[in-house]
Design a protein around this ligand. Structure first.
Ligand SMILES: Cc1cc2nc3c(=O)[nH]c(=O)nc-3n(C[C@H](O)[C@H](O)[C@H](O)COP(=O)(O)O)c2cc1C
Length: 190
């Protein structure tokens, strides 16, 4: 198990196609979701929920994706349609983080959306801490209402991310990170 700070300092996303099986077991998925749901949540609204895609269900979800794809691109080649069908079947496990943010008398919707982002990030970090790798992506189908309805989302719900989880087939190369002096300032009275 990596030291917590080392983990946070070295975490990297791995492409969905490079996330191999076997994926997390059922008890491990419970641990992932337990960590993901332990996030700051102003007003205790639980403005998010999770949908698990595993095994054959990933391709059943892919049927909805490919149907939406075909209606957008009726002339698409069969291999393109097949790739769309496999969108959620690249990694052994995909967990959708669904935002249920909405108008509230006291809690701004923005803060509810941020809480869903926190849940997605905690899910990514939990996967890494358990020795898996992850990738938080949305892609076009996260914004297609037809696909979302087929996946069981209500009209007021949105996808914060499809978090792909699996075992890295190779260690990732790092990418440049923003220099701290460009993103952080120390406040001083003007
Ligand atoms: C809300 C959200 C949606 C994202 N959607 C995509 C996506 O659709 N495709 C993609 O390649 N990366 C997407 N990313 C970026 C990846 O999660 C990841 O940050 C990127 O691959 C860089 O890797 P790193 O996490 O190692 O810095 C998204 C990130 C966020 C926060």
């Amino acid at each position: 198990m990596p030291d917590a700070l080392d983990l946070l300092k070295t975490r990297r996303s791995i492409k969905p196609i490079e996330l191999a099986g076997p994926g997390p077991s059922a008890p491990e998925i419970d641990t992932l979701l337990t960590v993901a749901s332990r996030v700051p949540d102003h007003g205790k609204l639980t403005p998010w929920r999770f949908i698990i895609f595993e095994g054959e269900a990933r391709l059943a979800a892919g049927d909805a994706i490919v149907a939406a794809f075909r209606s957008k691109y009726p002339d698409a080649k069969p291999e393109q349609a097949e790739a769309e069908r496999k969108r959620l079947a690249r990694a052994p496990l995909v967990i959708a983080v669904v935002s249920r943010a909405g108008p509230h008398v006291k809690i701004p919707e923005w803060e509810q959306v941020l809480s869903a982002g926190a849940a997605a990030m905690s899910l990514v970090l939990a996967a890494h801490a358990m020795g898996y790798a992850a990738n938080w992506i949305t892609e076009w189908y996260a914004y297609d209402r037809g696909v979302l309805a087929a996946l069981g989302l209500a009209d007021n719900e949105r996808i914060a991310g499809f978090v792909h989880i699996g075992r890295p087939v190779q260690p990732p190369e790092d990418r440049p990170r923003p220099p701290l002096n460009e993103i952080a300032t120390r406040f001083a009275r003007h």
